[in-house]
Write a protein that binds this ligand. Sequence first.
Ligand code: THU
Length: 138
Amino acid sequence: MTDRELVSMAEEAMSAAYAPYSGFKVGAALAPHNAKGEIRVFTGCNIENASYSPTICAERAAAAEAVKNGFTHFETIAVCGGKDGRIEDFCPPCGVCRQVLCEFGTDDAVLILWDGKKTYRCTFGEMLPLSFRKNKLL
Ligand code: THU
């Protein structure tokens, strides 16, 4: 799967965003593999809430869907977003989402951002340096 194909899926997911309060719509497309090495794409959008703090980010919505289906090895994720769904700049994952992505992705996993014209690519290790990881606990 190409970066642009994954980005297209993130854009499509963004159109389902429920963001009546911020108006900021985000979409994510995650391509993890399962224990058998099969790869499948899971998408997510942000889902806001009148009580604000229960809001779920697009990346974590996609991550929850993947893990629920046994796809717990995150390889690549594409993220895009913008005010009223207009993608005019990169939309990097928030700190909480970075931590959640790193729970299931090694430092080599890849983050792809899309600003409507070009992609930006980095590793999870670059996305969240000095991350607190499960090897401290397990
Ligand atoms: N948002 C995401 O979906 N992902 C991020 O990583 C950053 C923020 C959403 C949450 C909220 O609905 C809106 O963007 C504005 O913060």
